[in-house]
Design a protein around this ligand. Structure first.
Ligand SMILES: Nc1ncnc2c1ncn2[C@@H]1O[C@H](COP(=O)(O)OP(=O)(O)OP(=O)(O)O)[C@@H](O)[C@H]1O
Length: 468
């Protein structure tokens, strides 16, 4: 069955899941349709980012304990009669849809959050926690239409399984119209009619839908402390051959590291050593402290000063120069892509990767330019002169990841690099990382078990100590 128009599809299938690698185009089509409807509840990364941007123009601000008494709490977002997103530098004059306080218990259950979350400041939440709070809110609204844009993006595996069950139940509610957009085919839900969107056409999914929601390979309840897995021992094949520089130079050394905010333990007695030639995947449930950990490695997090940490041979407060340190790293996170403001061509963006700065680079050599051009061509960008502002947010992410890696840096830090990336892009990225692994040390945060290039040598699993 094929549909050209979303109107026709939704009329026939009021509960529908749509998988597409052309996510933004599909989102535009659905949003255009829903903007003309009333009582719509939407969950999307864009909403999450809007809140984060409104509350803090610079993401690092989040690392600082927030004293602002006016900063909105989760309680305000979920329970205020009329909630406006407002700070002293941001005003949203549209009130958010009304919520039903009676549904709070059910909603927190859906979001798998404890009641203590209500007193947390919105800005202090991790990406996944904020997503889950927004999901809780949807369950407290009274919509006729529900739209989940990239339902599982940024969520940990166990919660993804829980959410899949909740959405399947929601889709059974009589009269409710439910639209789910999925970025990955392997995340299709059971029972809900499925379509694939490509070339501006919705085609019925030809494969078989799963019988039940996928179960996570790993259960967080089993994890009581930090766990290190030697991936080389697990796979005795080609992994041993790559990134095998056993010079033993210690790049990062963290001893009994603790990070707390008020009475929330984020990192608790973490001992972790990263040596040159190792490549680490970092996993952990939403709020486990993965971004906090990366913030420490980049020296952005102020709590590096009250911990025993060595960063590339230097100690914070004892000779570490932050800018020299950052110049040795390549860093990418989805927030960075969001906050990137430069109006440069793709080629110029990639060339900034040879310098410590984000703005236009001077004195780029002919060889560097040629390498940047070669990388862009490999990633599928034919016209390297177009502005980064003209490409889609997902393409922008890919270009900024390439920028972080091209030099190559001494250490490449990637926070959820595959979030929202289509399979073909993931493969290209992993191929690049595999090639780079002989020259740089890679540390990569992921929410997908075993979804990393074969060069990865270790996995750090992080538990979540606080219950919100
Ligand atoms: N300034 C702050 N004040 C209070 N709590 C904070 C602050 N900054 C971070 N936290 C808390 O620290 C915990 C870890 O956050 P972090 O962003 O490191 O998690 P994460 O593992 O990256 O999560 P996700 O998978 O959702 O991205 C979260 O529970 C978060 O709410």
């Amino acid at each position: 069955m094929e549909f050209k128009r979303f109107e026709a599809l939704i009329e026939m299938f009021p509960q529908v899941q749509i998988f597409s690698t052309e996510g933004e185009d599909l989102d535009r089509v659905i949003t255009h349709f829903l903007n003309q409807r009333e009582n719509v509840s939407t969950m999307s990364e864009a909403m999450q980012r809007k809140i984060q941007q409104a509350l803090a123009p610079f993401f690092q601000q989040r690392f600082i304990s927030l004293h602002d008494a006016e900063a909105p709490l989760v309680r305000n977002l979920l329970l205020d009669k009329k909630f406006f997103l407002q700070t002293d530098r941001y005003i949203d004059d549209m009130a958010w849809p009304l919520t039903d306080p009676e549904k709070l218990g059910e909603a927190l259950n859906i979001a798998d959050l404890a009641e203590g979350i209500l007193d947390r400041k919105l800005l202090s939440l991790s990406n996944g926690e904020l997503r889950r709070v927004l999901l809780a809110r949807m369950w407290m609204e009274k919509p006729e239409w529900v739209y989940f844009n990239d339902l599982f993006g940024g969520l940990d595996p166990e919660y993804r399984a829980h959410l899949a069950g909740c959405v399947a139940d929601l889709a059974k509610r009589p009269g409710l119209k439910v639209v789910v957009r999925l970025a990955r085919e392997d995340e299709l839900l059971p029972e809900i009619p499925a379509f694939v969107y490509a070339d501006k056409t919705f085609t019925q999914y030809a494969g078989e839908l799963p019988k039940a929601a996928a179960t996570p390979k790993f259960k967080k309840a089993e994890l009581k402390d930090y766990e290190i897995v030697d991936l080389r021992r697990e796979a005795k094949d080609e992994r041993r051959e790559c990134g095998n520089d056993n010079s033993g130079e210690i790049l990062f050394d963290l001893k009994h590291v603790n990070v707390r905010f008020g009475d929330t333990d984020v990192l608790k007695n973490l001992n972790w050593t990263v040596r040159k030639g190792e490549h680490w995947a970092v996993m952990g449930e939403n709020g486990a402290g993965k971004s906090t950990l990366l913030g420490m490695l980049t020296a952005d997090h102020p709590q590096i000063y009250n911990n025993d940490i060595t960063l590339l041979g230097e100690r914070p407060g004892h000779g570490l120069n932050i800018w020299d340190h950052k110049a040795k790293l390549g860093f990418f996170s989805p927030e960075m892509a969001l906050q990137y403001r430069e109006d440069l061509s793709l080629l110029d963006v990639l060339c900034t990767g040879f310098t410590p700065n984000l703005c236009r680079a001077e004195n780029i050599t002919w060889e560097e330019k040629a390498k940047a051009r070669e990388w862009l061509t490999y990633l599928g960008f034919e016209d390297t002169s177009i502005s980064i502002r003209k490409i889609s947010p997902i393409d922008k992410r890919l270009v900024l990841m390439a920028r972080a890696a091209i030099r190559p840096p001494k250490v490449l830090l990637l926070d959820e690099p595959t979030q929202g990336l289509k399979g073909e892009y993931r493969e290209k990225l992993f191929h690049l990382l595999q090639l780079l692994s002989t020259e740089t040390t890679i540390i990569m945060v992921s929410h997908y078990e075993e979804e990393w290039p074969p060069c990865m040598t270790h996995l750090l699993r992080m538990p979540k100590f606080s219950l919100n």
